[in-house]
Structures are given as C-alpha cells and as structure tokens.
Design a protein around this ligand. Structure first.
Ligand SMILES: [Zn+2]
Length: 412
C-alpha cells in the first residue's frame, strides 16, 4: 500500500512535499517523494489530499484507570487533600468499572491520534481482561506504604500477572508511597528482564517539605496512615531518589540511567541542579502540562533540564487532573509556557523522545523504513507552517494507520 499526502513529516528530515509512504504488513518499507515511491513500490495508492502525514503520537505518562474520574475532583487546597479525594472516589469503583474506564481511555487516546501509550495501572491483575486499542506499555503501579516489609513479595506477585503482556514495566508509585525495598526490587527486576521503570518524583512542594523538612500536609497525612517517616528531614526528593535507586551494590554496578522514565520533576532546588550537573544523571523525564496547571505546581524547569541533556517527553497524566487525553492540547499548553521552543521540537516530545524513553527508538516515533506503520493525518493548507498546523490541530484525527490498518474516525 502507498499513502500519498500533501506533506509527509518523517521526524528525520525536512517535511516532504507531495510525499508518500509505502507500507507492507505492519511496517513502513519506503518514504519519499510520491513519484519516486510509486516507481519503487507496487500496490494500491491512497491519496489523502491536503493532509500532513506524521507518526502516530506517543503518550509518555497516563493512568487510564481513572478515565472515569474526569471532572469528579475539583482542585484541592493541598496535594494531600487531593490524594484523600481520589482515594474517596476510588473506594466507589469496582473491578468492572476500572476495566470500562481503561477501555474508554484507549478509545479516547486513539481518537486524538495517540498510537502508543505508557499506561500506569494500579490493577495489573485486570490487564489480561483488556485488549488495548493501541500499542501499550503497561506499567504496574506499586504502593507498599502500609506493608513495606512485603515489598519483594508484592513485586514478584505483580510480575506474574503481567506475564501475558508483551510490553510491560514497573512503576514504584512515588518515594512517599513506595519503600526503599520496593524501589530496589523493581530495579533488580528491570535489570533481569530488561524493562523500563517509571516513577513520580518531585511533583509537589509538599513532597519537598516532607522529605527535606519533615513537615507539611503530605508529611502529616502519611504519618497519620502509619508510614514510617524516619527517611524524612534531611534530603530533597531528588537526593532521596538517587540514593534509593543506588541502594543495592548489585544495582549500582549494573545501573543504567536509561531504565528510568521520571514523571514531573517540578520541584528541584539549586542543590539538586548542582547534583545533576556533577553526577551526569540523565534519565528520561515526562512533563504533563495541563495536569501541572490543575495542581498549580512550581514552573517546570524545562530549559534547565534540556540544557543538562535530559530527554523530555509529554504526557497527559490521568483524567482525575485533566480534561481529555489529547496530546495536541498538551503540546499547545506547553507552547504557551515555552514560546521560544520551535513547534517541531515540541512534536519531538510526543514522538521521537518518548520512543527513546520506551527503548523503541528503532521502531516508533518516526516515518522510516522498518518502523511500525503507525501514522496519522492532519489537515494542512498551503502557506502555513506544517508544525504550527499540527500543534494547532484540535479535533479528533480523521485518519489513522495503526499496525498497517486504516481507521477512519469520521465513520465512528
Ligand atoms: Zn501520574
């Protein structure tokens, strides 16, 4: 099959005017000018007309468990209050509600042009009941705040329920809900199984108050539910994370920064930046612009992290703190905060950057021979910058090729 469009945005070189992509099975086999592609490849040609053809988008951080909580929790006074509020909502949900919520989330993400998602789930035991509508990296979200002595058992039991899944990873939830032993065990499994790890880090001011100063609403809340608080009072969350991650000798010697996709990093001190500069730590980072707004976190230090060489991706986070699963809306919100960043670099943050974070830089995020045939089309007109048009695209996408198969959403 040959797909022709007004512009083909490969993410490798300048957009190709009057371009085309040849696809065989679920893979891209050729890309270039339409005339050349026609000469080199046999098969039916589909002309998408005045459209830009680009790689399907990749959401680097999401919790589809909570798609059904859209609009249910208004912004709270404190982060600890928000955790109480979401826990109250979760108490009303049963397993079938979560399965429906996850399926609804997949359908919505896909309508907005997402073809790959890094999805954290607190219910890995439900994963076998779900057939994801798009490529999915399932990250089992792990919390042992009430039983830290059973961290190894929890991790080992969890990976059993992920056995049926092709792409998976582990997500020790955050330093305030996952023990040092849980992080250690996840690190050991990641080395053994060669999987990606993700975690929430330095998200809120209250997290910094808790770890550095042993004070604040999050500190008080977690103390009240019985979390041992002896790790609080002297380190920032980042210092704590680097130490926890390196806590086992085996991990230290075999460690690979590349294993970690770290969500948030809103709260970094000057000391943290000094530490990052000295240590040459370069894990992957995911920022969720609209969820960030909802919580009114401190400004995300994009420029400083980029200058240090971090690979920065965008994600939606969950609909408990966001209104929909559109990565186009995330790109637009990010652009408002960072007007100096070019639109093509912003598009990298939902294509090539998250592909690298998921260790898929040779299969996803670009239009290149050998890569997955996951493509989307966005209407574009002559005379306008194609990247501006892509970022400005608000509607659900009208056309998608997923695994080499065409989907027309205007028929749905
Ligand atoms: Zn999250």
């Amino acid at each position: 099959m040959i797909i022709r469009a007004r512009t083909v945005v490969t993410m490798d070189s300048a957009p190709i005017e009057n371009g085309a992509v040849a696809v065989s099975g679920n893979r891209i086999v050729d890309v270039g000018k339409f005339d050349e592609i026609k000469k080199r490849n046999a098969g039916e040609a589909i002309d998408l007309g005045e459209q830009a053809l680009l790689p399907g988008l990749i959401n680097a951080h999401c919790h589809l468990d909570y798609t059904c909580l859209r609009g249910k929790i208004s912004p709270q006074k404190s982060f600890a209050d928000w955790i109480r509020a979401i826990n109250a909502e979760k108490a009303k949900l049963a397993a079938e509600d979560y399965v429906a919520s996850i399926n609804e989330g997949f359908a919505e993400a896909k309508r907005f042009g997402t073809t790959t998602i890094a999805n954290l789930t607190a219910f890995p035991e439900l994963v076998s009941q779900i057939s994801p509508a798009i490529h999915t990296w399932w990250f089992a979200e792990l919390i042992d705040v009430r039983s830290p002595e059973r961290a190894d058992e929890l991790v080992d039991r969890t990976i059993e329920s992920l056995k049926s899944v092709q792409n998976w990873g582990l997500a020790p939830h955050a330093l305030f809900t996952a023990s040092k032993d849980l992080y250690r065990r996840c690190g050991e499994i990641a080395r053994r199984e060669n999987v990606v790890l993700t975690t929430h880090l330095a998200e809120s001011r209250e997290e910094t108050d808790m770890f550095r100063d042993a004070s604040g609403p999050l500190y008080e809340f977690l103390k009240s539910i019985g979390r041992p608080m002896d790790d609080c009072g002297d380190k920032t969350p980042l210092e704590h994370f680097l130490r926890v991650r390196d806590s086992s000798t085996a991990l230290r010697s075999a460690r690979n920064d590349n294993d970690w996709l770290v969500a948030h990093l809103n709260e970094l001190t000057e000391g943290d930046f000094d530490l990052l500069e000295r240590s040459k730590e370069r894990f992957h980072v995911v920022h969720s612009p609209r969820s960030h707004d909802y919580f009114k976190h401190s400004r995300f230090p994009f420029e400083r992290l980029r200058t240090l060489g971090f690979n920065i991706c965008l994600g939606t986070d969950s609909l408990a703190s966001n209104e929909n699963l559109s990565l186009f809306a995330e790109m637009r919100r990010f652009q408002r905060s960072e007007p100096g960043i070019s639109p093509d670099e912003i598009l990298d943050m939902v294509t090539v950057n998250p592909a690298m974070a998921l260790h898929q830089q040779t299969t996803l995020g670009r239009i290149r021979p050998g890569f997955h045939a996951d493509l989307i089309a966005i209407p574009c007109s002559k005379g306008r910058d194609v990247f501006d048009e892509i970022i400005g695209s608000d509607d659900p996408v009208a056309w998608m090729l997923l695994g080499g198969k065409q989907k027309y959403f205007w028929h749905c």
